[in-house]
Ligand binder design. Structure first.
Ligand code: PBG
Ligand code: ZN
Length: 316
């Protein structure tokens, strides 16, 4: 059954499809901006007008969704631009939904891109104040929903963040807004290139006080179960490639749509090796994404989404 491609096709257990992908976009202030991100070759910081064009290209490739990240004009200690109706992500949501209404627009909701200290919320004596941060998070997701986001994605790993978002959304009439919870998000060195892209590295300390320890897997199942109980519609494991066992464990335990985030460092490693001619990019991209699906992920947030979509279209 392995002799020809047609035979192999008949018994292949895991299929990769363009339907599986979510493509991240980084939105910055200004107009006509399409600035390459040096640590993520092939990825850009886009002003809203250019993000609209990128979203249109994404949709035309058959990719169903984008995930928006914003880099605000001004950072402050609480990250207030995250919940301003005229904020950068809110503008991008409105413009993209207008230009490509059927494209699912997801908005990452955290404060590390918005605070001047780079932490994921409000600080109290130098430490993240969980419950004070929840109030601001609820404001931010309501504001994204108001702008037209189909999905809000709280990413700060704060205790109770899904419940706080669900409650505020429902109260404000956004009962149909989907919550994608960054449920099992590890304190990972693989986020390095992302933090360069959005200037969100903490000025002091790290995120190990709220993101997960990479030695743990039972805890991931626990975290996911709590988010489901709080009303999450989709749950996430992040990063992906170094955590395939976690994806499997969560998928076996929890009967919910499961998302994996193939993060910036995973993309950067493949691109760096490919640019040097050390690996075959096309084959490694498809093999890696298929492995994440094989582990049990229903959808994958990946910077390789457009590239993989083109490869899949070619192979049909
Ligand atoms: C937090 C957030 C991060 C990523 C997605 N959302 C960074 C962090 O926790 O420091 C990482 C994504 C990536 O590395 O591709 N807003
Ligand atoms: Zn954060």
């Amino acid at each position: 059954m392995r002799r020809t491609e047609t035979l192999r096709r008949m018994v292949r257990e895991t299929r990769l499809s363009v339907d599986d992908f979510v493509y991240p976009l980084f939105v910055v202030p200004g107009a006509g901006v399409e600035k390459p991100i040096s640590s993520l070759p092939g990825q850009f910081n886009f002003s809203v007008d250019k993000a609209v064009e990128a979203a249109k290209r994404t949709w035309d490739l058959g990719i169903p969704a984008v995930m928006l990240f914003g880099i605000p004009e001004h950072k402050d200690p609480v990250g207030s631009e995250a919940w301003k109706d005229g904020g950068i992500v809110q503008k991008a949501i409105r413009a993209i939904k207008k230009a490509t209404p059927d494209l699912v627009v997801m908005a990452d909701a955290c404060f590390c891109e918005y605070t001047d200290h780079g932490h994921c919320g409000v600080l109290n004596k130098g430490e993240l104040d969980n419950d004070a941060s929840l109030e601001n998070l609820a404001r931010a997701v309501v504001s994204y929903a108001k702008a037209g986001a189909d999905v809000v994605a709280p990413s700060g790993m704060l205790d109770g963040f899904v419940g706080a978002c669900r409650e505020s959304l429902d109260e404000q009439g956004f009962d149909q807004t989907v919550i994608l919870a960054y449920s099992a998000k590890y304190a990972s060195a693989y986020y390095g290139p992302f933090r360069d892209a959005v200037e969100s590295a903490p000025t002091s300390g790290d995120r190990r006080g709220h993101q997960m320890d990479y030695g743990n897997v039972a805890e991931a199942v626990r975290e996911v179960s709590m988010d489901v109980a709080e009303g999450a519609d989709i749950v996430m494991v992040k990063p992906a490639l170094a955590y395939l066992d976690v994806i499997r464990a969560v998928g076996d335990e929890v009967n919910m749509p499961l998302c994996a985030y193939a993060v910036s460092g995973e993309y950067a490693m493949i691109e760096a090796a490919a640019i040097n001619g050390w690996i075959d990019r096309d084959r490694v991209v498809l093999e890696t994404l298929t492995a994440i699906r094989r582990a049990g992920a229903d959808m994958i947030i990946t910077y390789h989404a457009p590239h993989a979509a083109k490869l899949l279209a070619k192979s049909r």
